[in-house]
Design a protein around this ligand. Structure first.
Ligand code: ZN
Ligand code: ZN
Length: 177
């Protein structure tokens, strides 16, 4: 939805804080012996985020009514502050990942899963902001990502759903340079 300036930028303040608090609490709960496993879970879920990002963009943002309309607006007005409010993305995250994992496992595991997924989300919204607002030089990784995303926005919206990487577009055959 259309966000004000504070609403648009609040993700970049709230997410690092939530991730830091969860990381400290989770590591304390896990204890020294389980710390390597805790960190491994974070990294695995960071990787899982890249697939989540691809699937959400391809099947939710481009197909679910109302969400699709908002996303279409972003495709046209790419620099306006259309986005997901922090309270909504955090709420979805808590309901879909944190609480269920805590229920079936324990707090330490739930905090590791959440830290990984939220780090991925933070990286995704940061990269997405940069490729629409910054002017990276050629050649650079950010330039390549900006170019891929511009193809998705303006040439063919059935390709290049991955924003932070081209991996899943390659896997599912939707990559276009
Ligand atoms: Zn799109
Ligand atoms: Zn975009």
């Amino acid at each position: 939805m259309q966000l004000g300036l504070i609403g648009y930028y609040s993700d970049f303040v709230v997410y690092p804080l939530v991730i830091a608090v969860l990381a400290v609490a989770g590591l304390l709960e896990a204890g020294e012996e389980s710390a390597p496993g805790w960190i491994g879970t974070v990294l695995a879920c960071l990787g899982l985020w890249t697939l989540t990002e691809y699937l959400l963009h391809r099947f939710v943002l481009h197909h679910i009514p109302y969400i699709k309309d908002l996303h279409d607006r972003h495709h046209v007005e790419e620099r306006s502050s259309v986005g997901t409010p922090t309270w909504l993305s955090l709420g979805v995250h808590a309901l879909v990942a944190f609480v269920p994992v805590w229920v079936v496992s324990d707090f330490a595991t739930a905090s590791a899963v959440s830290c990984g997924l939220m780090l991925g989300y933070l990286w995704y919204i940061s990269v997405h902001h940069m490729i629409h607002h910054w002017h990276p030089t050629h050649p650079s990784y950010l330039y390549t990502l900006k170019r891929r995303h511009a193809v998705h926005h303006h040439i063919d919206e059935s390709v290049n759903f991955g924003v932070t990487s081209a991996l899943w577009d390659r896997v599912f055959g939707t990559a276009r340079l």
